[in-house]
Design a protein around this ligand. Structure first.
Ligand code: NAD
Ligand code: GLY
Length: 344
């Protein structure tokens, strides 16, 4: 199955379960990490037909998503003498695809790259849409570029080796898409069996279709794309409070979704029944929905540190019923604090 990402001259296709021989004219460099490389590199290399093939293996982990690793990758590309007519292939989760895309955007002012995402989160979100980058001491993904891949190959079978918590973290981002855009998709989640490969493929497909719709309208996040940050405003504060340890990003997003929903309930946008249904669904996928806030005022003040807040205006992305979204910039501090107190 193929899904078009329509972006004028930067358009490309996302192929789902269609990975086969990949032909290139010049050199190809596959960027992967130590873990994913051990699982899938040999197979992927065997599918690549190119004049020369190189492999760049980076250490596994978000803590290596930084400029030092970028420098290291660039060095290896120069040593291998890749030029602008060559191609980079990212093989891995969101960390590998974000870094490979960033390298591709700056190596000799831009070289083609394609991604083969191997986590559910990367298949349903990170590998599509062209956000690339790295972290620094000031925060996550603060250095980067918008740079679209030439193609994306999502293989659902690659997810069989994914640890259970990593899989659930990807599900959180997929459920996010359903709540924001598609009530029927949400209902599908309530009855699906993710062990069933058809159901899993359907989830990947629908998420990519929805992401294609969003990115096609708003590549540079001037409006609609911000909706993809539903749950993240709260999640980022939680991750920051925990020093990025203990919870996976998708797990923090699940809690953030629940917090945003309780705010939506108090604002009359969502019924208690709908918020409970969403919480039950997250729980069905072993995702956390609770978090102990120690100081609600400090938690609130941290919202303004998020890079998504503009001129200190805090934008809350909320469900307007299941399947519809609304961006609110006029919520009073007291209304938010009241919700944060529910999580004490
Ligand atoms: P990740 O890339 O760190 O992968 C999670 C773990 O799973 C790693 O240990 C990885 O080695 C391992 N792994 C990957 N594929 C595997 C497989 N098939 N089998 C077994 N293990 C496997 O994490 P992630 O959740 O994929 O991505 C998170 C990153 O994505 C964050 O840095 C985040 O900022 C970024 N992100 C980017 C976007 C975007 O639009 N660009 C969107 C969401 C998230
Ligand atoms: N994952 C958020 C975005 O792609 O905009």
């Amino acid at each position: 199955m193929q899904i078009d990402i329509n972006l004028d001259k930067n358009s490309y296709k996302v192929y789902i379960d269609e990975l086969s021989t990949l032909k290139f004219k010049g050199k190809v460099a596959v960027i992967t990490n130590s873990k994913v490389g051990g699982l899938y590199l040999a197979e992927v290399l065997s599918l690549i037909e190119a004049d020369e093939k190189y492999t760049i293996t980076i250490p596994d982990g978000e803590e290596y998503k930084n400029l030092a690793t970028i420098e290291n990758i660039l060095e290896q590309l120069f040593v291998s003498r890749l030029d602008r007519s060559n191609t980079i292939i990212a093989l891995g989760g969101g960390v590998v695809s974000d870094m490979s895309g960033f390298v591709a955007s700056i190596y000799e002012r831009g070289i083609d790259f394609i991604t083969i995402p191997t986590t559910l989160l990367a298949q349903v979100d990170a590998s599509v849409g062209g956000k690339t980058g790295v972290n620094n001491k000031f925060g996550k993904n603060l250095i980067g570029s918008f740079y679209q891949p030439r193609a994306v190959y999502c293989e659902s079978r690659f997810l069989k080796t994914l640890p259970r918590r990593e899989f659930a973290a990807g599900i959180a981002e997929a459920i996010k898409m359903a709540i924001m855009f598609d009530e029927k998709f949400f209902e599908f989640f309530e009855r699906c069996d993710v062990q069933n490969s058809d159901d899993l493929t359907k989830i990947i497909q629908r998420c990519v279709e929805l992401k294609a719709m969003v990115v096609g309208q708003d590549e540079r996040e001037k409006g609609l794309r911000a909706v993809l940050n539903y749950g993240h405003t709260f999640a980022h504060v939680i991750e920051n409070e925990l020093n990025y340890k203990g919870l996976l990003h998708g797990e923090a997003v699940a809690i953030g979704i629940n917090m945003a929903n309780r705010l939506a309930v108090n604002l009359g946008l969502l019924s208690v029944n709908e918020a409970d249904r969403i919480e039950d669904l997250l729980t069905k996928f072993n995702l956390p929905t609770k978090y102990k806030i120690k100081d609600e005022n400090a938690f609130y003040e941290s919202f303004s540190l998020d890079k998504k807040s503009e001129n200190s205006v805090i934008k809350f992305i909320l469900p307007d019923g299941i399947g519809k979204n609304i961006i609110k910039s006029d919520i009073k501090k007291e209304q938010v604090i009241e919700v944060l107190r529910l999580f004490k």
